[in-house]
Design a binder for this molecule. Structure first.
Ligand SMILES: C[S@@+](CC[C@H](N)C(=O)[O-])C[C@H]1O[C@@H](n2cnc3c(N)ncnc32)[C@H](O)[C@@H]1O
Length: 222
């Protein structure tokens, strides 16, 4: 069984993975969800002119694309790092309709996908991209991040990536006062994050989901 492109409720595409039996985004709207969870409550929640961002699960490139667009609008420099063990095939990413819906050239999404792995690419004077073709479990870096976009498959489908060992690693990858954002607000996940030292804040979720989570490293308060 192979992946297939689906249309979500805001008209934007997503990919359905039949092996995991889950979509890459909310059926209520891929762009609407990404804008709410990662842009509004992630990127736009920091008042800095230069940010290091790590995305767990590059997938369709939607979060990177939206972040790239915001850097141009807000004149904020971003070093964007993304981890992806199973890259989306060209046949799929060529067809995704994100750029049409957000008013960017089609080429921009292709630029992000066509970048070689394990190298830093200057996409614009405000946005560099480093993609790592590995899993979060194996990922190594010397970079510390202001924000982590944690966009893995759900804990029901991929429990191993929502456990204490992983959150300890993510906590260690953040700068003091950095934070992680995720669409997930499941009780067991919030407890695991608290156990490793995160201050967990529950925020309103995107359309169709009651809540989401922002987890602060908050070293200075402890
Ligand atoms: C819910 S999808 C979201 C993808 C992406 N953020 C997007 O907007 O299209 C989850 C992504 O995590 C990736 N993934 C799966 N296992 C992973 C792992 N162990 N480490 C990092 N990423 C993983 C999947 O291949 C998939 O691209």
């Amino acid at each position: 069984m192979s992946n297939r492109i689906v249309v979500t409720n805001d008209g934007s595409h997503s990919i359905f993975n039949p092996k995991i039996n889950e979509c890459y985004h909310s059926k209520h709207g891929a762009i609407v969800e990404a804008e709410h969870v990662f842009i509004k409550n992630g990127f736009s929640a920091v008042n800095k002119h230069k940010l290091n961002i790590l995305e767990v699960g590059f997938g369709t490139g939607l979060n990177a694309l939206l972040t790239y667009q915001k850097t141009m609008q807000k004149l904020i420099k971003v070093n964007y790092h993304a981890i992806e063990p199973c890259p989306v095939d060209e046949d799929y990413y060529m067809k995704l309709n994100f750029t049409d819906l957000i008013g960017l050239d089609k080429e921009k999404l292709l630029d992000l996908h066509n970048c070689t792995w394990e190298e830093r690419h200057r996409i614009s004077s405000y946005f560099t991209l480093t993609k790592n073709n590995t899993s979060l479990e194996k990922y190594k870096t010397n970079v510390n991040f202001d924000i982590i976009y944690f966009d893995a498959f759900s804990p029901d489908k991929q429990p191993e990536i929502w456990d204490e060992k992983i959150f300890k690693k993510l906590y260690g990858l953040l700068k003091d006062n950095g934070f992680l954002v995720t669409y997930c607000a499941k009780g067991v996940v919030k407890r695991t994050m608290k156990n490793v030292g995160f201050e967990v804040v529950v925020l309103d979720g995107p359309p169709g989901k009651r809540q989401m989570t922002r987890s602060n490293k908050s070293i200075s308060e402890r």
